[in-house]
Structure formats: structure tokens, C-alpha cells
Write a protein that binds this ligand. Structure first.
Ligand SMILES: NC(=O)c1ccc[n+]([C@@H]2O[C@H](COP(=O)([O-])OP(=O)(O)OC[C@H]3O[C@@H](n4cnc5c(N)ncnc54)[C@H](O)[C@@H]3O)[C@@H](O)[C@H]2O)c1
Length: 392
């Protein structure tokens, strides 16, 4: 394991496509913007297809490539294993990495089931490695600032948390049956892919869930076979059709520990909405709104403003006082999606260097997985499901 005195930290990354690109970029840019205690060294990138992983190795700037992740996990010259592969691979790779004493950073959702997620959390906790899950939206400066406002009591008691995560990239019935549409690989559909982010933001901003009910729909039940080809694009590779085994859309009603009511919707069928990850929080003294498609802005309404001057104000969260914003550009010079990962990695490496457990981590991954499983159960049984706070 890496010591606090170490100035560089050596990365082995498993997977190299959409999130592989986002993470590689963040490693490279992190020391440029932040006075990071540990400078990432891109040692080895892993993929099963030699020709394409070699291409990624060159493009992303890794020293070497490998086609078997087990060889990388066992290497002495690797400190961190970064898991950016589809969800069904997470448990095996993470457990092997923890066993080998590596710090682990992993994409969401943590696993396919609560049972797997708990095993991963337990192993990580017992080994003492640092672990983090990439709920990157927490790290948008506007979100961190919203959290400060809520914690300072600016909107008072929270009544409503209302979130939608809307995409439309699979609306075409010809969009192939990629891993994201197969339950044995993805765990769930819109729920775990994008709804998981909304649930995490809600936990981060207003606290834990106590009970919920959900309903799910799969609009297109069969698709031609194919695979992801970078970002959210895909290519068909057969005339054969296969069954879609996950939800295309989910709607959720929830209650929170603080007494708030929550409503959530996650869908990949909201035509015209590319990545509309948004929420509104209504409290006794004000409201807060955010939308990922305008991620630098936070809309804030405060009911103690003078009569006649009341209304939502638009705060461009690019000032020195806004968390993380000062690391980048002068006020008003906006940042983007990729910066959420840079900020998250800053927290990860600080946790390793200063020996504290950064958040969100595998514990948050377990709590998120409990919500995902409860929503599926409630949709199946058409019932309400209680959410226990004990996760050991
Ligand atoms: N934080 C976010 O906003 C965000 C966004 C997209 C995806 N994700 C998560 O990131 C992870 C990866 O998603 P993606 O969109 O990058 O997927 P992708 O399909 O673009 O890339 C997956 C990568 O994993 C590799 N791979 C697949 N199966 C493998 C196996 N068995 N062994 C080794 N490598 C394997 C593929 O070759 C590819 O390089 C998923 O867990 C997903 O839920 C998170």
C-alpha cells in the first residue's frame, strides 16, 4: 500500500471506453489545476481486445496495456485499481484488488446486488484501503455550494425533493441490445444507470431515505444485438434480436428521515432530453434548483427577500467562494462535465495522502444499492418498502 510520504501514485485502470476516457482525462488534468499531494502516474490500462486497448493506451497516455486484469491487480508497482467496466465485473475485480492491498476507485453502481455490495464494503473496510465510488455529480461546484446552503439552514426545513434524470439515447428501437439493457450485466436499466445518481444526490443533499415505492416500465422489449462504441453510442453487430431485461423508465415516491417527501423519475425515453439530471428542493425558507445541462448555475429562492424583490436568483457558481471553482478559471469562465471527475479524484488522493476515508465510498455504494433493490422489489410487488439504516 502507498505511504503518506509518497509523491506519486500509480494507477492501473480496468476498462477504457466512456468512463475510461473521463477518468484518464481527470488523472492527467488533476495536477495541472490542483496542488495534489499525489501525482497520478498512468501505469497500465486493461482491455480484452488487444488492438483497441493499445489504441486507448496511446491516446490516454498510459505507459503500458494489458489484456488480463488479474495480472495488473497482482503487480507490485500499482497503488490504485480504477474499475470502469460494466457492473457485473465490479465485485470480482474490486475484491481481488482489495485482497492485493490496492486502493480502489470504482464506477457506480457498486455491484449488481446488495449482497455483493456489502461484501465489497466489508472487505475494503477490513483491509484499510481507501475506496471511492464515482458519483461525480456531487463534485459540481454548484452541488457542493447547494449542500453548504442547506447545511447552513438557508432553506430551513426541507419539504420536497423532486428529481428527474432524463435521457433519450435508446428511444430508437434499432438502438442495439448493449450491456446496459441486459440485467445479468447491468443489474437494472434507467434505475441503476442514471436513477442511481439522483438517489445519491438526494442522500448527499438532504439525508437518508426511510421508505419508498416505485414502478418501472420497459417500452421496447426486443432489440438487435450489438455493443457500446464509446460515450453513449452503440453499433449493431448482428441481425439477430434479443430480449431487453431491464427497465427503460422508473418512477419513485419516497420518504426521508428528515420528514421530506421525494419524487424521482429516471428514463432513457424522454425525447429531446440528452442528459437532463435535475432537481428542485423546497424548504420552509426557500428553494434550490439545479440542472446538469447548465451545471455551473444554481437557482436559489429565499423567502425572506424583500417583498417585490422575491424570485429565483441565478448564481453562476464560478466564484472563488464556490467549492472547487477557484482551482480553475476567473469567475464566469465556466467548467464542464469532466471537471466533476477531476474534483472527485482530488478528494480521493487527499484521502489517501492524509489517511482519511474519502466520500462517497463503498458505504455510499451499499446504501445506493439498497435503494435500487428496494425500488425493484416495490415495483415487482406493487408495495412500499422500508429502508433500514443498519447496513453491517
Ligand atoms: N459516473 C458516471 O456518470 C457514469 C457514466 C457512464 C457510465 N458509468 C459507469 O461506468 C462503468 C463503465 O461504463 P461505460 O459507459 O464506460 O461502459 P463502456 O461500455 O463505454 O466501457 C466499458 C469498458 O469495459 C470493458 N469491459 C467490458 N467487459 C469487460 C470484462 N469482462 N473485463 C474487462 N473489461 C471489460 C470494455 O471493453 C470497455 O472498455 C459502468 O459501471 C457504468 O455504470 C458511470
Amino acid at each position: 500500500m502507498v505511504g503518506v510520504e509518497q509523491k506519486t501514485i500509480r494507477i492501473g485502470m480496468i476498462g477504457y471506453q466512456f468512463m475510461g476516457k473521463a477518468h484518464s482525462h481527470a488523472y492527467r488534468d488533476l495536477p495541472f489545476y490542483f496542488d495534489t499531494p499525489l501525482k497520478p502516474e498512468l501505469k497500465v490500462i486493461v482491455g480484452r481486445n488487444e488492438a483497441t486497448v493499445k489504441e486507448a493506451q496511446k491516446k490516454f497516455g498510459f505507459e503500458a496495456y494489458e489484456t488480463d486484469w488479474r495480472k495488473v491487480v497482482e503487480r507490485d508497482d500499482i497503488d490504485v485499481i480504477d474499475i470502469v467496466t460494466p457492473n457485473h465485473t465490479h465485485v470480482e475485480i474490486a475484491l481481488a484488488a482489495i485482497e492485493a492491498g490496492k486502493h480502489v476507485i470504482i464506477e457506480k453502481p457498486l455491484a449488481l446486488t446488495v449482497e455483493e455490495a456489502k461484501r465489497m464494503y466489508k472487505a475494503a473496510k477490513e483491509s484499510g484501503v481507501k475506496h471511492m465510488i464515482c458519483h461525480n455529480y456531487r463534485f459540481a461546484p454548484a452541488i457542493q455550494f447547494a449542500k453548504q446552503l442547506i447545511d447552513q439552514g438557508k432553506i430551513g426545513r426541507v419539504f420536497h425533493y423532486r428529481a428527474n434524470y432524463l435521457q433519450d439515447f435508446i428511444i430508437d428501437p434499432e438502438f442495439p441490445l448493449v450491456w446496459r439493457l441486459q440485467k445479468d450485466i447491468a443489474g437494472s436499466g434507467a434505475l441503476g444507470d442514471i436513477g442511481a445518481h439522483s438517489l445519491d444526490l438526494a442522500r448527499f443533499l438532504i439525508g437518508e431515505f426511510t421508505e419508498l415505492t416505485g414502478t418501472m416500465e420497459t417500452f421496447i422489449k426486443e432489440r438487435p444485438l450489438g455493443e457500446m462504441s464509446g460515450g453513449l453510442s452503440a453499433k449493431g453487430n448482428s441481425d439477430q434480436m434479443g430480449e431487453v431485461t431491464v427497465d427503460d423508465a422508473v418512477a419513485i415516491i419516497a420518504r426521508f428521515e428528515n420528514g421530506a417527501l421525494g419524487t424521482f423519475e429516471a428514463t432513457r425515453f424522454a425525447n429531446g432530453n440528452r442528459n437532463k439530471n435535475k432537481f428542485e428542493i423546497n424548504g420552509e425558507k426557500g428553494s434550490i434548483r439545479w440542472d446538469m445541462e447548465n451545471m455551473n448555475n444554481l437557482e436559489v429562492y429565499l423567502s425572506d427577500d424583500e417583498a417585490g424583490e422575491q424570485g429565483f436568483r441565478l448564481i453562476n457558481c464560478t466564484e472563488e467562494v464556490h467549492p472547487y471553482a477557484g482551482a480553475y478559471w476567473p469567475a464566469g469562465h465556466i467548467i464542464g462535465y469532466e471537471h466533476t471527475f477531476i474534483n472527485l479524484f482530488d478528494e480521493f488522493f487527499r484521502g489517501i495522502a492524509e489517511d482519511y476515508q474519502p466520500k462517497p465510498n463503498f458505504e455510499d455504494g451499499v446504501r445506493n444499492q439498497i435503494l435500487l433493490e428496494a425500488i425493484e422489489k416495490s415495483a415487482e410487488e406493487r408495495s412500499w418498502v422500508k429502508i433500514g439504516q443498519e447496513i453491517e
